[in-house]
Design a protein around this ligand. Structure first.
Ligand SMILES: Nc1nc2c(c(=O)[nH]1)N[C@H]1C(S)=C(S)[C@@H](COP(=O)(O)O)O[C@H]1N2
Ligand SMILES: [Mo]
Length: 310
């Protein structure tokens, strides 16, 4: 079963509409037009976040335009084409919402929607984002380090890994079936990867609450790993003793391993990982190991064979 298309860019996928589509025309059109295009939830998504500080961990590269970040997505629950998440997630209900944190912890907790935005002070972190399909973006996320949350729940000495689970509801996500992966979408990190200061829980984008297609109301972002590790719309975080299953590894173990570090030296079985396209640019650039975060994270993998542990 072919579950992910070989990423030969169809140029029709990145049309001038996506690239140059100007958000201001949207906003200038006023509430009537917005109402016609979106539901109350998308309005909620546009809400500005306050008290956001700028993080020194940001890249100074130029952020990708908002409309490309929100109209060129992978969120298979809403379909497998890049335009599907924006087109099909407008009615996705992200309120009320709860995210449970449980397992090998001293203080398990359930966070409601309001609580999710108050776990820790919000920071803007401009990160590089590199998909295994060889496109990349620069995204001004708003969030806080996952380690701030993990410290609150007090992992026990048995906690070695962190397992993440996305929301799934067949009724709200009828397009998920047939995309070839199992739902709910699950991911995992080793505890030290999860505790790393770069590992972010994200609640916003460009200073506003996350649009549904980018993983509202809360998602993970692990900038030195391929985009698929950055699981969206989280409902459960579980501290565990054993390495947890991950969605892409479950569907294609020969193509996707547990670690999934960005690595130009290790080809995907169906294509090279040496280069990438920084959207909306048309030309390719060389991919940098650990997506350019090697100085901060390479030490997590000393002594490991990253060809075996792909
Ligand atoms: N729940 C869920 N999370 C997911 C995915 C998905 O299909 N479902 N796709 C992953 C992949 S393959 C990528 S590249 C990123 C894309 O994030 P973006 O659309 O915000 O750029 O989300 C990741 N997280
Ligand atoms: Mo991806």
């Amino acid at each position: 079963m072919l579950i992910r298309k070989a990423p030969e860019f169809r140029y029709s996928q990145i049309t001038p509409r996506d690239v140059y589509f100007n958000r201001r025309t949207f906003l200038a059109a006023g509430t009537a037009a917005i109402g016609a295009l979106a539901t109350s939830n998308s309005l909620f998504a546009g809400e500005k976040l306050s008290g956001v500080s700028k993080s020194p961990l940001s890249t100074d590269e130029k952020p990708t335009p908002f409309d490309l970040i929100t109209h060129y997505n992978n969120f298979y629950e809403f379909g497998s084409d890049k335009e599907d998440p924006a087109a099909n997630s407008g009615n996705f209900r992200t309120s009320p919402w709860t995210m449970k944190v449980e397992g090998e912890v001293g203080k398990p907790k359930v966070f409601d929607l309001d609580a999710l935005f108050k776990i820790a002070p919000l920071e803007e972190r401009i990160y590089r984002h590199r998909c295994v399909e060889r496109w990349s973006m620069v995204i001004p996320w708003v969030g806080f380090p996952l380690n701030a949350l993990l410290k609150q729940v007090e992992p026990t000495s048995k906690a070695k890994y962190v397992a993440f689970e996305s929301y799934y509801d067949k009724k709200q996500m009828p397009k998920a079936r047939g995309t070839g992966i199992e739902f709910p979408y699950v991911e995992g990190l080793r505890l030290d990867e999860a505790m790393h200061p770069l590992t972010l829980l994200v609640v916003g984008l460009y200073g506003e609450k996350l649009p549904n297609q980018d993983g509202a109301p809360i998602r993970l972002v692990v900038p030195w790993k391929y985009g698929f590790k950055s699981i969206k719309s989280l409902v459960r975080i579980r501290l565990v003793e054993k390495q947890p299953p991950t969605a892409w590894n479950l569907s294609a173990p020969n193509e996707y391993g547990f670690y999934s570090n960005v690595n130009p030296e290790v080809d995907h079985p169906r294509w090279s990982q040496a280069k990438e396209r920084r959207l909306p640019e048309l030309s390719s650039r060389n991919t940098v190991k650990f997506n350019g975060y090697g100085d901060q994270v390479a030490k997590l993998y000393t002594g490991m064979d990253l060809r075996k542990n792909y």
